[in-house]
Write a protein that binds this ligand. Sequence first.
Ligand code: SAM
Length: 293
Amino acid sequence: MADGEREDRWAAWLAERRHGGDPRSLRQVLEYLAPVRDRVIANARLTTGDRVLDVGCGDGLVAFAAVEAVGASGEVVFSDISAELLDLCRQHAAATGVLERCRFVRAPAKDLSAIADSSVDAVTLRSVLIYEADKAGAFAEFCRVLRPGGRLSLFEPVNRFASPEPADRFSFYDVSPVADLAGKVKALYEAVQPPGRDPMLDFDERDLVRLAEGAGFQEVHLTLQVDIESPEPRPWPAFLATAGNPRIPTLAEAMGQALLGEEAERFAAHLRPLVERGEGQRRVATAFLWAVR
Ligand SMILES: C[S@@+](CC[C@H](N)C(=O)[O-])C[C@H]1O[C@@H](n2cnc3c(N)ncnc32)[C@H](O)[C@@H]1O
């Protein structure tokens, strides 16, 4: 399906814009995600016959692992705001013979009213709260749908760790000689996602703990991982075609909007060799939280 035909940006991002259409970048994304998925599942302590709700299921990374973990007597509720992604998961469930163990619910994390009180053994989610403005409402819903003793297990990037970026850095590449141009491109991104106010940038790990406790979870655990390291070298066309998340333009789109033709050429001439050689920094913080109702 071509991007233009996609019903929503969530599906388009997972299918293409997350990795710029580059197979190697996609492989790197999936290699990074496999252990994350496994840990979300492990922290949920699923057992045979459990009923699991995966919130913001996307294309089913965590939810299909949950289907395996709960076995033939269990059930997994796939929930997402994207009808297209729910359809994709439904088709995959049918193709792999597990459809009768899956339910599909279109709902935002802050309003899971389609799911009854105390009706699930575990709630899982990965990289969903970064898109939810009403995080307190979401945690209240997780607590409500879980049975007493039920488990919550989630993973979220803590993007505030690397925000705001210094003026001489762009995606943590040194852009001092073209800082004026970098500033124009960054201003465009910041207009879409104001630092400190956007749902992706308005919380850190302590907020996650506070939100879980505030919602009524009895037991709360959180581990934070911080990584400051060299980035992998990336092909320039893929870097240009990548958007960091579904809400923002790709770099090519942002440069097209923020820079004149000559400026874009100058900016690319400086940045391209750094990206292709992996001469920058990757600054990432991520949190696993698991809790018991
Ligand atoms: C980064 S993807 C993660 C998908 C999946 N959890 C995974 O691990 O691959 C974020 C997902 O959250 C969904 N989403 C965005 N905002 C949401 C909200 N407020 N409530 C529930 N789901 C949401 C999107 O449709 C998308 O499928």
